[in-house]
Design a protein around this ligand. Structure first.
Ligand code: PHB
Length: 391
């Protein structure tokens, strides 16, 4: 007797058995990427897309047998209403499985109720106000929170004998978070905050605020300004009004000296101290791999910044979650797969806290220096395993 008929029968059975999963496999996983791609925050969307391209260059566009399709939407932000409408369209019309991106807190907060109602996983690639992850059990964050970054800056300042500070933050949720966390640690450590200035999120005119800082005669100014051109404008005014000569130092969250804009900020930034989760100058094999893939996948894009890294890590989180669920995108299963996930990020090891769905990571203290003739954020101290202290 021959085995051929038996083998043929078995083969037929197995084709039948896999037929449903083949149908499932043919269906792509759709990820809706919501971020500003135009207007003054256009760089946010571009950095995120650049990070996704770097990731897919290394890891392909298929996971757990399913193609991964990215559908990018421009909020033109900050525009919470537009972000909300785009999220609704993505869920209802484009049938996305995952909502991702979110550069700006107000846009993430506007979309949170949609993730909640539609049971869609929402992966935050930047927006960093502490409260965002409390707005829905379907939200996880791979970037940072402002309290997580600002509290270590205050601890470092106290340790380094800075005692009298003025704070200046963008007047919206992440700025208030930064101001509160910095003040709590700084005053708790014996420091004095002589003035707290809040500036508009849109197109701030820094000159009068810079004069107020000068008049208050602090040892340092602590800053949070959202990444991008605002840092360039602030440092220009700081230089022109002679604050450095007046003995005032700049300490800030690393958004100020964002790697992408740092070359345009010039030598006025030399010596600026910042706390942050990612520097392009971070020395690790994972970062080398990332930088090479980013450059190859995004010719002419310039330097990547922390938003590109968060998108790269966010894609790793999404791919690994899909591997764990066998390609299923059910919101509950997907978020369960994200909880406790560890990733070897270009910034160092990170974990998604199983209780808060927020990122746990090392916060580095860096100084702007010239390396090989180029300005870089050089890490020289660190705080390991920092959770969001806001929760
Ligand atoms: C935010 O809106 O949450 C945000 C934007 C830019 C940053 C950090 C936080 O650099």
């Amino acid at each position: 007797m021959t085995f051929a008929p038996l083998l043929r029968a078995l083969a037929a059975c197995s084709v039948l058995a896999v037929a449903p999963s083949l149908a499932h496999a043919a269906d792509p996983v759709r990820i809706g990427l919501i971020a500003p791609f135009s207007g003054s925050f256009a760089d946010y969307g571009k950095q995120m897309e650049g990070g996704i391209k770097a990731f897919q260059k290394l890891n392909g566009d298929t996971v757990a047998g399913r193609k991964v399709q990215i559908i990018s939407k421009d909020t033109t932000g900050p525009a919470p209403d537009v972000a909300k409408r785009l999220a609704q369209e993505l869920v209802v019309r484009d049938k996305v499985d995952v909502l991702a991106g979110f550069g700006l807190t107000p846009e993430a907060l506007a979309v949170a109720p949609i993730a909640e109602q539609a049971s869609k996983p929402m992966v935050i690639f930047n927006a960093a106000s502490s409260s965002i992850t409390t707005k829905s059990a379907y939200i996880a964050r791979v970037s940072m929170t402002l309290p997580q970054i600002s509290a270590p800056m205050a601890t470092w300042a106290i340790k380094n004998k800075v005692r009298k500070v003025v704070t200046l933050v963008a007047d919206y949720a992440p700025g208030i978070d930064a101001e509160t966390a910095f003040k709590t640690n700084f005053i708790g450590g014996g420091g004095q905050v002589v003035e707290s200035i809040r500036v508009p999120l849109r197109n701030p005119e820094f000159a009068p605020f810079i004069q107020r800082i000068k008049d208050a005669r602090p040892e340092a100014v602590f800053l949070f300004l959202p990444a991008g051109e605002q840092g360039v404008a602030f440092m220009k005014g700081f230089r022109e009004r002679g604050l450095a000569e007046a003995g005032i130092r700049v300490i800030a969250t690393g958004d100020l000296t964002d790697d992408h804009v740092l070359p345009a900020m010039g030598d006025a930034t030399l010596g600026v101290i910042t706390s942050f989760h990612y520097s392009m100058a971070h020395d690790s094999p994972e970062n080398k791999t990332f930088l090479k893939a980013f450059a190859e996948a995004n010719p002419g894009a310039g330097r990547p910044n922390f938003m590109a890294v968060a998108a790269y890590d966010g894609m790793r989180a999404i791919y690994d979650a899909l591997k764990k669920t066998g390609g299923a995108t059910d919101g509950g299963k997907f978020v369960a797969a994200l909880k406790g996930m560890k990733i070897a990020s270009p910034r160092g090891p990170i974990m998604i806290d199983p209780d808060t769905r927020d990122v746990v990571q090392t916060v580095y203290i860096r100084r702007v220096e010239k390396v090989g003739g180029e300005l870089h954020n050089v890490e020289f101290d660190k705080f390991d395993n920092v959770k969001d202290p806001g929760k």
